[in-house]
Design a protein around this ligand. Sequence first.
Ligand code: TXA
Ligand code: MG
Length: 332
Amino acid sequence: MRRHRGAGLRLVIRAATTEAIAAGAALIRRGDLVAFATETVYGLGADATNPTAVARIFEVKRRPSFDPLIVHIESPGQLSSVAAVMPRAATALAARFWPGPLTLVLPKAQAIPAIVTAGLPSVAVRLPSHAVARALIAAAGRPIAAPSANPFGYISPTTAAHVAAQLGDEIPLILDGGPCAVGLESTIISCVGPQPVLLRAGGIPLEDIGAVIGPVQVDPGGTGVLAPGQLPRHYAPRTPITIVHTLADIAAPQRAGAALLLPWPEPGTSGFGRVEVLADDRALPTVAARLFDAMRRLDAGGYERLYARAVAEVGLGRAIMDRLRRAATAER
Ligand code: TXA
Ligand code: MG
């Protein structure tokens, strides 16, 4: 157990032993918040059936109340307490990808309070695969509403230390389950309309979704659901980011004060203040798993600008480019 030296001196990061899970579940049941590991990013959890507990999530994250949360369940049996109906496409997707980094937007069950869904008649549901997340939900005995455990608009946390660095003074417990294996948030598919719609690219590639349910419409935005995962500027470091398609575009004078983020090794990188290579194995899952941690480290490096090398938008490349583009969108 490690006590965090934040101003509050309240936070405890604990390896997710059985005792720590039980302590986390007790906190959830009494209406407190617990940050916990999932396979995508760390979540900031509260009892999804307790509106006061959920309100605290919005407060701690400084998240606008129009931004609905994802409800995490531990078994398919829990679904009926969260969602009113399971459309056919949702059943097929759940059978194939749960537990895992897929969130389904479904008609909401009554037990879920309006604050969770920002007043929408639909609810976002995910059955995570990470053992810590599942053990916590099971021990709490209720569904857990959890956004990513970061201040609103900043880069999502993929380690317990990321959570502690930003929210450490505001939450009593972080259940440390190691670095997140996927490293990007879940793919979100809405199943409430006539056709399934991709609302957010994420850990399950769109091609894999399509292989199960056929072509999926991609939300062009402006559907009336205000979803900050869809705001142009999100997942953003403080240092300005520029996405480049070829390194030759970056002139020598621009390189000195800048850091370069590369998906994999490539030549022509001389002159940068720092070069960060995400995946020596050239594999997109490795790029995804390391992306947010690298962005945080480079953001703390005091560089004038970060240059991020683009990847092709296939497979996980779609979600990687989505996060890079939102991070690169200048504040208006
Ligand atoms: O991987 C993940 O999904 C992580 C981990 C913790 O599970 N969670 C996560 O939550 O990314 P968050 O709060 O950062 O993203 C929630 C997003 C909202 O911003 C919105 O885009 C979408 O989920 N969402 C939630 N409820 C919705 C609804 N009823 N209709 C449409 N979109 C919804
Ligand atoms: Mg988030």
